[in-house]
Design a protein around this ligand. Sequence first.
Ligand code: PLP
Length: 284
Amino acid sequence: RTVYVNGEFLPEDQAHVSIFDRGFLMADGVYEVVSVLDGKLLDFAGHMARLERSLAELQIPNPLSAEEYLAIHRDLVARNEITDGLVYLQVTRGNPGDRDFAYPSADTPQTVVMFTQSKPGLADAPAARTGWKVISVEDLRWHRRDIKTVQLLYPSMAKMEAKARGVDDAWLVEDGKVTEGTSNNAYIVKDGKIITRQLSQDILHGITRAAVLRFAREAQMQVEERSFTIEEAQSADEAFVTSASAFVMPVVEVDGQPVGTGQVGQVATRLREIYLEESRKAVV
Ligand code: PLP
């Protein structure tokens, strides 16, 4: 693979960052994941807007413009001959040359790393026809989940718990209510209404979530932004998650209980179709 690091395109085994990089020592950095279909980028502007916001919340200057990020994304997709896959982008506060809790001086350059992941057939994932099974685990993450930081240890632990229990993902629960999945936003459907947690600092403001809710409203589907419990999910008609890499993924089981019929639901299937169709019209 050819990867990007701080202005250079290099073979992955020649790309390096410092051991003093704050991304490495303190998880002091943010990231984005943009999906690629037919060699084109989905929802690119949305991901750039969120990157800008995540950096601003952490007072990390944004080292590149959206145009520059776009050029690097396109360059990596071309150099790695990606048809379907993902582009990962990470910006950290950089390398102060030593370890210190205080932020380094403003002239410390940020570290920018980008790489591709090839995922042939990304849009036709067989899992979309069978759906995911999820378990619930307590949400023990920090309280600024609206910032897309590289601090991913707890979601990683929750994913491992899901794997150990033979399912696909975990839904995180705080004060009795589902916040989101380990790396996706969570939804239920009841009596035709799509229900998903309202935006706040408790969840990541998913770019796919914003698009899916917009398309759902345009298609005259009812949307309610509020939190819900695991019991509500288990007695819902359908459930699903959204993310840049899973698009709209049906959920058919929650903590061992089937959701609705236990089969992939019509609303999730339709939203997946609409999302893919509409997003493909706006690729860059
Ligand atoms: N929630 C969390 C915790 C995530 O990590 C992600 C994606 O990585 C999402 C939600 C979905 O966001 P997006 O649709 O922008 O990929």
